[in-house]
Design a protein around this ligand. Structure first.
Ligand code: GLP
Length: 244
């Protein structure tokens, strides 16, 4: 893993956006794996600003999102579909038919997971996968204990994940108990992985990622098996990590 150190959230976001924009310019029909959560929002803002000022073109880009809650309508303010609309898609020229997110209201979620997995393969796999990290080391919604060999699947969300994400909902009980997520195998097949981490709440998980063993108990440690994974972490996220 290659570690890039940012002073703060804004610098992390700028560094991540620069990498992504350069990859889009080098490969206009790139397949981008996108993430939700608070972490990538600043990067998305940078992409929007760059698109407005410099006209970076996304018309041939395909996007595949990592995950979606099961049971939330696309219009629900907490669906990841809506998150992507509000934080990115409304503002840059990715064609509507080239934006892909698992359907959280499919009648048969398992069949939907299978469809989504095939779709990612039909697109030729992911060129650049953006990731955040959960406080328990989850990536996408792959919770501790998930086999690294698993592909797109349905998950029971850990209580700690539901609590961490409850801040977006009116109350904890509204946080869905299940989600569809790309698996760790899909993530590891990406040609380049970019994991972002900011703030003191990620300090433990970043220490474990940088210094701990590779273990299914800590899903993000799978990135150590990848030959082109870049971590961009800010000083607060790195405060417990020994940097050599
Ligand atoms: C959610 C998402 C993850 C994300 C994580 C961290 O559980 N499914 O993809 O990385 O939250 O979120 P945040 O960036 O808000 O800390």
């Amino acid at each position: 893993m290659n570690l890039l150190i940012a002073d703060n959230y804004d610098e992390m976001s700028r560094m991540a956006a620069e990498i992504l924009i350069n990859e889009v310019k080098a490969n206009p029909s790139i397949v981008l794996g996108l993430a939700t959560g608070s972490t990538p929002v600043g990067m998305y803002k940078q992409l929007i600003q760059d698109h407005r000022s410099n006209g970076t073109d996304y018309s041939q880009v395909q996007t595949v999102n990592l995950d979606e809650y099961i049971g939330l309508e696309k219009t629900d303010p907490n669906s990841y579909f809506r998150f992507m609309q509000e934080n990115l898609f409304k503002f840059i020229n990715i064609a509507e038919e080239k934006r892909h997110i698992p359907n959280g209201t499919a009648v048969d979620p398992h069949a939907e997971a299978e469809r989504y997995d095939h779709l990612v393969q039909q697109l030729g796999g992911i060129d650049l996968q953006v990731l955040g990290i959960g406080q328990n080391g989850h990536i996408g919604f792959n919770e501790p204990g998930t086999p690294f060999s698993i592909r797109t699947h349905i998950v029971n969300l850990a209580d700690s994940t539901r609590r961490a994400n409850a801040r977006f909902f009116d109350k904890f009980e509204q946080v869905p108990e299940h989600a569809i997520t790309m698996g760790i195998a899909n993530i590891l097949e990406s040609r380049h992985i970019l994991l972002l981490a900011s703030g003191a709440s990620k300090a433990d998980s970043i220490k474990r990622l940088m210094e701990g063993d590779i273990s299914e108990i800590f899903p993000a440690s799978a990135l150590k098996l990848h030959k082109n994974a870049t971590i961009i972490a800010d000083q607060q996220a790195l405060q417990l990590t020994q940097i050599k």
